[in-house]
Design a binder for this molecule. Structure first.
Ligand code: ADP
Ligand code: MG
Length: 693
């Protein structure tokens, strides 16, 4: 199939709708989307009919409301189109009602107390701003998932609300600059990292199967030190996978664009072309799912965990975010005229204020048990939120704040609204790769997210905190007598109060951790530290003011996230115990028995047998460390089970269970290094990382 036919062939896209819908239906549909109005039922009926006909022509028999519950995965429940006829046959039917609203019996999804089991089920509601698509012979309708009282039970609902908020408040501000903007749209391009390993090796590791990461494993002789994998030639088997993946994604309308090898062995990356944030979120969920499926077809397993292997880089997801008007103007683009630049500088300053005030929310949006292993591990930004603007842009803002002349290349006074900005180069040389949130010329790249995350939460936060700053600035500017002076004043105040969040240096250095502490920036190393702050009075007030989340919804989210964290750590602890007691300790015992026999027979043969004896001693000492760690881990896990609530359980995970797991791992990895390969019960790091050839 040629590309023009392939791309989007499985999507009920705008083009398909224009072709297949009666003109007035199409117009009505567009109008409802543009003005965030609900669709009348008769219009929905016509669309549902056209959608079904289109799908049936492609051999589809089922449809599903596709949604993103708080598990962070996507969920679907399939219903067929068939309706019985009186003569004992069937016809294929799909009504507007079925399109708009569904009632999955989804009572097992986490609701954080928002939905008691005796209450009615949650329902799903069509999100017409994200196109329906066909996956595995089923028509998938992107939907939001809510309780009967309309409380959000998913990740899409708050994201859509935040898109409205940032648009509403941003448009108000832009109108003060004389713009005719009708809508401000948040756009995102998520870069996705992942690992590929051979499925045969994967299946021999229960830790990978149950938890997505290795809980044991000594460093292999070769890791990523040569950096020979990064952007290296792609192995044929991986290349075949990537080709298939691209094609599957293109069929689904995902603009998969860039693919390359990453830093760690077996690590790769895929980046799509950016698009509207809710579509990008849906498409990233799909991308992760399709990656797993296509890998399986090629006899490989795709690992999306943030830290599948200790000692080599983990996987992240870079969230490139910008705000674009309905006229296609990106408001983070430095302008060419003085007036444009006043607006640009103000907006960058507002971003600084937003990020400094809400460091906690951005950090929380990237918090998970998996990502805790990655942040601050010299491969990803630290757990401290800061921003990179580059020296020139920072210099300009500082100069405005201090009422100084900005001069670097050419002496140039930056008078807001009077002068054109000096050109600041944003070339690759001054691109800082260590910053958690980097300004990269016309967008902000948030690099804290982990590879397995839905990008919904981060973008909900980015939109909401920016909406709040737009609101405050618009309020002040609309009352100002001298518009330019007021802009300058706002920038000056922001730089004084929030300039501390700007850091252009190396975020991986230990000096930065100390410097950040001096600046009073938050440092939240673990998920538990993060979640304690989620439902603070300020956060509740912010989300409620912009209609993004209610106090109840925030509390329910906190409950779900901490419960999920505890359960994950518990599964990891149990898996470790299982592997230690059933595999590692018995294997080492067997090897020790062999060594002991050797020592004895060497003695009988007249040798001292000392080298073997020393090895036995080393192994036995590690063995007893491991046994102690097993007991410690069991005790810590029992304590966790007895905790009165999930938050206390979480603290026990952080303070006792995880440290005990680390001790057990250290002992086991030590034994691995001293045990003959044929005795070791599962594939080693070398076997896993170099399993695909
Ligand atoms: P890298 O960060 O690896 O250098 P690129 O600069 O090519 O990668 O861009 C990474 C991602 O940023 C891509 O998904 C791209 O589509 C997206 N992107 C580019 N411009 C914008 C923009 N204005 N808004 C949002 N995302 C963007
Ligand atoms: Mg990037």
């Amino acid at each position: 199939m040629v590309m023009s036919e392939l791309f989007g062939s499985m999507v009920f896209s705008d083009r398909v709708m224009r072709e297949r819908l009666p003109e007035d239906t199409y117009k009505q549909f567009k109008d409802c989307c543009d003005h965030d109005r609900p669709l009348p039922l008769d219009t929905a009926n016509v669309i549902a009919g056209a959608m079904k006909d289109w799908a049936v022509e492609k051999g589809v028999t089922h449809f599903t409301h596709w949604f993103q519950p708080m598990t962070g995965l996507s969920a679907e429940k399939h219903d067929s189109f068939i309706t019985p006829t009186e003569d004992g046959g069937v016809i294929m039917e799909f009504s507007g009602k079925e399109l708009i609203k569904g009632e999955p019996d989804a009572s097992s999804f986490p609701s954080g107390g928002l939905r008691a089991t005796f209450e009615a089920r949650g329902y799903t509601a069509w999100d017409p701003t994200s196109y329906a698509f066909i996956k595995d012979g089923t028509l998938c309708i992107p939907t939001a998932f809510c309780s009967y009282n309309g409380q959000a039970l998913d990740k899409k609902t708050p994201l859509l609300r935040s898109m409205e908020a940032v648009s509403r408040e941003g448009v108000k501000l832009l109108h003060l600059f004389g713009r005719k903007t009708k809508k401000l749209i948040s756009a995102v391009g998520p870069e996705q990292e992942y690992f590929l390993i051979d499925s045969k090796a994967f299946e021999k590791r229960r830790d990978l199967m149950y938890t997505g990461r290795t809980l044991f494993g000594a460093r292999p002789p070769k890791g990523q030190e040569l950096e020979d994998h990064y952007f290296g030639a792609i192995k044929p088997r991986v290349a075949a996978f990537m080709k298939d993946l691209d094609e599957e994604l293109w069929k689904l309308g995902v603009l998969a664009k860039t693919k390359h090898n990453e830093v760690a062995p077996a690590q790769h990356e895929l980046a799509p072309i950016y698009t509207t944030v809710n579509v990008a979120t849906d498409q990233n969920q799909l991308t992760m799912e399709i990656m797993r499926k296509v890998a399986a077809k090629h006899g490989m397993t795709c690992l999306l965990h943030e830290k599948p292997f200790a000692g080599v880089n983990g996987s992240g997801k870079h969230n490139n975010w910008s705000l674009v008007t309905n006229f296609g103007h990106n408001i983070f683009e430095p302008g060419k005229s003085p007036a444009d630049n006043a607006q640009f500088l103000l907006i960058v300053a507002l971003m600084i204020a937003a990020v400094d005030k809400h460091q906690d929310l951005l950090r929380i949006s990237a918090a998970s048990a998996g990502n805790d292993h990655r942040l601050g591990a010299n491969e990803a930004p630290p757990a401290i939120v800061s921003m990179y603007l580059g020296d020139e842009l920072t210099g300009i803002l500082d100069a405005i704040a201090d009422g100084r002349t900005y001069s670097k290349r050419a002496a140039c006074e930056v008078e807001i609204g009077v002068h054109v900005l000096p050109k600041f180069a944003m070339d690759s040389t001054d691109r800082n790769r260590t910053s958690p949130l980097a300004f990269t010329g016309n967008k902000f790249e948030f690099r804290m997210l982990g590879s397995a995350f839905s990008i919904a939460d981060t973008n909900t936060v980015l939109n909401t905190i920016m909406a709040e700053e737009f609101r405050l600035a618009a309020e002040e500017l609309s009352a100002a007598k001298d518009f330019n002076a007021c802009i300058k004043d706002i920038i000056r105040r922001i730089m004084k109060a929030h300039g501390r969040i700007v850091f252009n240096g190396n975020n991986y250095s230990s000096e930065w951790v100390q410097e950040a502490e001096r600046r009073g920036l938050l440092n939240l190393p673990t998920t538990v530290d993060c979640l304690e702050l989620l439902d603070s009075a300020e956060n509740i007030a912010l989300f409620e003011r912009h209609g993004v989340l209610t106090a109840e919804e925030i509390k329910s989210r906190k409950d779900i996230l901490i419960e999920n964290y505890c359960k994950l750590i518990t599964i990891e602890g149990n898996t470790m115990l299982d592997m230690a007691e059933k595999d590692v300790l018995p294997a080492v015992t067997t090897y020790e028995k062999e060594l002991a026999k050797t020592v004895n027979s060497m003695k009988e043969a007249g040798f001292a047998g000392m080298p073997q004896k020393n090895l036995l001693r080393t192994l036995n000492s590690l063995y007893s460390d491991a046994v102690k760690a097993v007991e410690k881990l069991k005790a810590a896990m029992a304590e966790g089970k007895d905790a009165s609530d999930w938050m206390s359980y979480g603290r026990i995970c952080r303070d006792k269970i995880i440290p005990a797991m680390n001790e057990l791992r250290a002992a086991a990895d030590g034994m691995e290094l001293h045990t003959a390969k044929k005795y070791w019960p599962f594939p080693t790091y070398g076997d896993l990382l170099f399993s695909v050839n």
